[in-house]
Design a protein around this ligand. Sequence first.
Ligand SMILES: [Zn+2]
Length: 386
Amino acid sequence: MKRRRIYGRHRLSRDAERLAWLAQGLADSGSRLEDAWLEAEIGALIERLLRAGEEDALNQALDRLHETNARAYDELADLIEAGCEVSRVGDTARLIIALPVLAWSRYAIPTRSVPKATLDALRAQLGAHVLGAEARAHFADYLFSPDQLPQGYAETRAFADELWNAAAAGKDLKVDTRRLTESQVFVSDVRYLLASVQVPVGRPVFRWNETEGGRPAALAAWREQGGPNFQNLLTGCAYELLLPDAYFAAWRQADRDTRPFALKAAVEYLKTLFNEPANRIRAVAAPYYEHWLEEWRVAFTLANSDDVVHGVTWPLLGHEDENADLGAEIETLLKSTGIGEVRILDTRMPLEYCDDCGAPLFPNPDGENVHAELPEDMQGTPAQLH
Ligand SMILES: [Zn+2]
């Protein structure tokens, strides 16, 4: 996820002005004591705005700082995220965590309610391998697609409040599935479980703060012991668990890990679909520009054809720009899958989409923007857009 940016040209509201001013103070602060005062001021203002559902002021302040003060921007963004995902009641600290799973399938990747028995099994594995000894988890009982997650800061905080209320009563949150949007269908995508973790104030939230081995050991154990519990949720999918973490951090990491996963999944998908070995598949990758580099797009063809049968986008993340050597990274990844040919175009391709369905267009081997389409006799699979 890129942090939200909405470029409003209008003047900042009073709350936004004050937030931006305080955040600049935090960026310039010379002591932990000054930090603590500023953070408390900013935190209280954020809390009030989130509770009132007024996130315009938050976004306005972020926009202003994005253009004027990168350090203050990061400080404010961190505090806003904390306002959405962290709270404290008495001696108990509470955090919203996300449990991301990368998946790919020839069929639609499920989003669905999760049975209590599965949640209990996941709770046990989460407690054993990911959470601190005194931390307790309560889930939202739904496997979400990215489109179904709360949109924006205020909605995220409202969802956190629901989850915290259920957790305070010792329950998992029953998600009202009627209000969820339908997910877009992709060959590969992320699915999320969300949970509230509560821990006595001053005690570690995560296992890697308590024991040797750190995050890598926790991830390995989580994949091995937690992984099988997703089998019934993700029927017909190949999947890979990522490390559960605080909501926004897990979300950003999932965005990052999705990129290589999607490329490898595309090759596996095409091998299965066409019943061809990897060396009969070819990839063509190119950088796509609007005013600046926006993303890379990777097209796939069979070895004996110039028809683009499938495409994957590789969005830029965080501070990446045209100086990042993404072409080389994409080339290395694709070659590691054993495909027959990888062509990296240095043409600046225009960022175009299909007029009918809005799908991104992909580079064919001649460097033209085309629609990715399966041969006519294969159409009708869910991953095909028209
Ligand atoms: Zn189209």
